[in-house]
Design a protein around this ligand. Structure first.
Ligand SMILES: CC(C)(COP(=O)(O)OP(=O)(O)OC[C@H]1O[C@@H](n2cnc3c(N)ncnc32)[C@H](O)[C@@H]1OP(=O)(O)O)[C@@H](O)C(=O)NCCC(=O)NCCS
Length: 175
């Protein structure tokens, strides 16, 4: 079963559906990543494989039956309670409608019953949109939000920027 959750879009009348990706979505996900002109574009194979094998920790948003956004993620092997978000993108025609924020929240809420309590992601210092997106998701989900250094630029063989680790974690429970 692959349940589809739908939420009406107030501003356009369109309906955005959120669902797990399938292998056949990999092609469109690759196109959205490529067209973003911001993300590292991985091989088309990697998106098809990811859509097949990591569908439980990934999500696509659909408008009129066509994927318009995606989140790829996985549970960190050493800390499976953490959902590591690898890439997020929304097609330029659909931005500013809270689709990315809703994908993150839908995905987290879907994974929570399986023991996911936190989200991690890495963001380069110049990607303000991504920083704001995750800050907004933390507020919506009631998670704390902080940043720490993660991958320095020297680790990369090309001109890749450093990547900070952003941690969205549950607030400590006081007595
Ligand atoms: C970043 C991106 C995914 C946002 O998608 P979106 O559906 O338009 O985002 P949302 O409408 O859900 O916005 C969520 C929050 O991010 C903020 N935000 C989104 N795009 C922004 C931008 N370009 N600049 C500043 N803030 C932005 C919104 O204001 C909102 O915050 P708020 O609730 O506090 O107002 C989209 O612009 C994109 O695909 N960019 C290219 C790829 C990329 O940079 N991905 C992230 C790195 S993995």
């Amino acid at each position: 079963m692959n349940p589809i959750e739908t939420t009406p879009e107030k501003d356009t009348g369109n309906t955005v559906a959120f669902r797990r990706p399938r292998a056949r979505d990999g092609k469109r996900i690759w196109e959205i990543a490529r067209d973003s002109q911001v993300l590292d574009v991985n091989s088309s194979y990697s998106y098809v494989l990811w859509s097949q094998d990591f569908s439980e920790t990934s999500i696509v948003a659909e408008v009129d039956g066509e994927p318009v956004g995606f989140v790829t993620g996985y549970r960190r092997p050493a800390n499976p309670e953490i959902l590591m978000v690898w890439q997020v993108a929304v097609d330029a025609s659909q931005r500013g409608k809270q689709i990315a924020g809703r994908m993150l929240c839908e995905l987290f809420n879907r994974c929570a019953p399986d023991g996911v309590t936190a989200i991690n992601t890495t963001i380069s210092p110049d990607n303000e949109a991504s920083q704001r997106l995750f800050a907004a998701a933390a507020r919506t989900l009631g998670l704390q939000f902080h940043r720490e250094p993660f991958f320095s630029a020297e680790l990369f063989p090309d001109a890749h920027e450093p990547e900070d680790l952003y941690l969205l974690t549950p607030a400590p429970t006081g007595r």
